[in-house]
Design a protein around this ligand. Structure first.
Ligand code: HEM
Length: 447
């Protein structure tokens, strides 16, 4: 027997869904405490359901995932990312995932680790030179730069700082434009009149030409570097032996670039922010780092031994999950934990609210890395922690990201002492990823 679905009723706004769009973080935490782990929010002309109940989430992402595709917001992303892993669906997606998955096995990651370490070391050494002349740094910007450098080097072996800068700037233009379309769909027609759409298209055209050039060069390179682009180029379908064409390569490369750095950058920035006033935690990381890392570049093994450092990052992503929500749309009508939903409803899974649910997390607002002690992890439901999503569409880059974040955090703690600018306002800004709205200002000293 289907049960009546709890509904959020606004008494403030006539725009359906405004409260959710204005602040999806606060809204989903407050309303799931009030209405439970499954409720409906009137949303423009659609039916939207918000999920924080773990059984309901499992139904959508695992048990009945065949009935779910990505939500309409992803169609906007397609304008920049094309039909890559993040945006593609069904057989095409399945084929691409099978082709690309082996690249991200832990063993392959070891090969990229040295590049990561070299980029991080160079970046932090340069930063150390600058801090004598700089008062405050913007931590978010530094983390974005370092992770963008890493993904560009591991993806394209790029040696040209100008092309790196161009790539970075293009993705900024694209993201801002797309985010606008997602959060203000009623303004989309205006973009065609005010020139925003034309500017976006022009930027993407130049950008695509550069990437396609790079692919062409790489196809003809007798000694290609061992980076992700070469691995994508060499990936072959097990049955047919076929590889990807240029358009597919372009879409997957841009997808990896765009999915692969802002998330890690924000996770690192939030984690460093959370521990900045916790000398107890910093000292524990420092002890672990000193015991495992020498003066040379850290090895893959060194980093794997940093158990406590890993727990600190895990806790950072619990409180500030970079991908704070997951959107889906059901193809056919469905019943989730006893609630009937019509076809083509929007399903929004609030990772942020799950991670702050007092049912699974005692004193959820408190930053406490011991929550990730193995004995605590063992007794917690698995989906209570899902920064990388769940089910078949779970993040393909999770090992890459964990390795990169541990490496950067360890090197940062080894190199610097730091303190927050206490006058600087800190506020989460849920854009495509969860960013600090005004950045995070910090003072740095060489350790
Ligand atoms: C802290 C870092 C990261 C976080 C929190 C994160 C989070 C996520 C989440 C939640 C999803 C699932 C989205 C959904 O189900 O709708 C996802 C998918 C994806 N991520 Fe990540 N990600 C991170 C880093 C990376 C990195 C480093 C890469 C690549 C180098 C990457 C590539 C991807 C791709 C390609 C997908 C789509 C997978 C598919 O649908 O088959 N991510 N990520």
């Amino acid at each position: 027997m289907a049960t009546q679905i709890p509904v959020f009723k606004s008494n403030q706004s006539l725009i359906r869904g405004k409260e959710f769009l204005m602040d999806p973080l606060k809204f989903t935490v407050e309303q799931s405490n009030k209405l439970g782990g499954f409720f409906r929010v009137p949303f423009y002309f659609r039916k939207m359901f918000i999920l924080t109940d773990l059984e309901a989430i499992r139904h959508v992402l695992n048990t009945n995932q065949k009935n779910y595709k990505k939500s309409p917001a992803y169609d906007q992303l397609k304008q920049a990312l094309g039909n890559g892993l993040v945006t593609s669906e069904r057989d095409f997606w399945r084929h691409q995932r099978r082709l690309i998955q082996p690249i991200f096995y832990k063993k392959q990651m070891e090969g990229l680790f040295k590049t990561m370490g070299e980029v991080a070391k160079n970046y932090l050494e340069n930063l150390a030179l600058q801090i004598q002349s700089k008062e405050d740094i913007d931590l978010t910007k530094e983390m974005m730069n370092i992770t963008a450098d890493i993904v560009l080097k591991t993806l394209f072996s790029s040696k040209n700082p100008a092309s790196q800068k161009e790539m970075y700037e293009t993705m900024e233009v694209a993201q801002n434009y797309i985010m606008n379309r997602v959060t203000s769909p009623h303004l989309i027609p205006l973009n065609y009149v005010n020139g925003h759409h034309r500017r976006f298209k022009k930027t993407m055209k130049t950008f695509d030409a550069n990437i396609l050039n790079l692919i062409e060069e790489r196809r003809n390179d007798p000694n290609p570097p061992a980076d992700l682009l070469t691995m994508l180029l060499m990936a072959r379908d097990e049955e047919t032996g076929e590889g990807m064409n240029d358009q597919q390569l372009r879409d997957e490369a841009i997808t990896l670039y765009s999915a692969g750095h802002e998330t890690s950058a924000n996770a690192l920035a939030w984690t460093l922010y959370a521990i900045a006033n916790r000398p107890d935690i910093i000292e524990k990381i420092r002890e672990e780092v000193d015991a495992n890392l020498g003066d040379d570049l850290p090895t893959f093994e060194n980093i794997r031994n940093l158990r406590y450092t890993q727990q600190v990052i895990e806790e950072g992503m619990r409180l500030y999950p970079p991908a704070y929500g997951i959107g889906r749309e059901n193809i056919e009508a469905d019943e989730i934990i006893g609630y009937k939903i019509p076809r083509k409803s929007i399903i929004y899974i609030s990772i942020y609210a799950v991670h702050r649910n007092a049912k699974f997390w005692k004193n959820p607002e408190e930053f406490n890395p011991s929550r990730f002690d193995p004995e605590q992890v063992k007794v917690r439901p698995r989906l209570a922690y899902m920064p990388f999503g769940a089910g078949s569409r779970m993040c393909i880059g999770n090992h890459f990201a964990m390795m990169e974040m541990q490496l950067i955090l360890a090197m940062w703690i080894k190199k610097f002492r730091f303190g927050l600018d206490e006058n600087h306002p800190i506020e989460p800004n849920p854009l495509i990823t969860l960013k600090p709205k005004y950045g995070i200002k910090m003072k740095l000293w060489n350790a």
